[in-house]
Ligand binder design. Sequence first.
Ligand code: 3EB
Length: 341
Amino acid sequence: MMTPALQTSPGARETGLTLRVGPAGRLAAELDKERGRVLLAVRYGGPASGLRDADHPFVDVPNSVLDGAPQLEIWGTPAPAARFRRGELAWAEDGRVLFGCRSRRVGDDIEADAFETYRELLALLDERGYPGLQRVWNYVPQINETQRGVERYKRFNVGRARGFEERFGETAEQHFSAASAVGTVGEALIVCFAAGREPGTHVENPRQVSAHRYPPEYGPKSPSFARGTFAPASWGRALFLSGTGSVVGHETVHRGDPLGQLEESLTNVDALLEGAVGRSGRRRHDVVRFGLLKTYVRSPEHFPAIRDALARRLDPSTSAIYLKADLCRADLLVELEGVSL
Ligand code: 3EB
């Protein structure tokens, strides 16, 4: 199957942010050609080698690609991008946007690891003058395991919330952006992020309780994210969709039923996009025409049916990546996320 090379929205032409997705082998050559214009490269399905030493931020997310060979996701810019590395943190800036990634082997306290990660990330955005967080991708090792008597995802949430609170105090909620938090293999907590000079517009889902208002049964600190973020006009109003699962209100529905969960997730995405109307009054974003739709599947045996149900609907212009991942609730079997350019 041909993979679309490039997605550019009308507005994005002003900034020319590009997203390319395809087999890692084939796209690696492009990476070389685009030296100096790459903001972030993420390889899925390769070895757990963390941050690679490259001319741009380049990280390995070792989750298996369910339908084959490793995939590469490349965020590019027409403007020259300066590249930086500070320990386990790598980032690139072009004067308008900052993309980066932190990958660090976790210790025996995931709360402390999450806190440090968010402290470092938020301090970096402040220092470099890109305070408008737009999107965070969190990959958490052994996300459903118990540590110190509490599920690691819940402990991660405590550390992440402390990071936001330390930086923003009482206004922390206003800074929560689109995000996803899924499991990964290997031992590194991997956190990739995109930020701008200006804030994005963070949106909630009318079918779902805001994650930062979840009741205490989901952990001592609610998850710090918004259901979606519209990037500023200077990014062409790209829409970052957060990880979206079969959660209605605050409860998981269709337990044990992967296709039921997929349909509910799509309904949730639709409900979020319903609010996403352009000036003309027409819907600007549709999940079947996303630039990139990433689907996380907990159990590989559910993958063929999930792929068939999705592939039927997706526009050929949409790049789809299917990854094996544990999800942040033990009863979630499938989760969607993506970006509409
Ligand atoms: C949910 O709706 C499913 O912790 O950053 C989705 C998106 C989920 C982001 C996060 C978690 C996160 O609660 C899980």
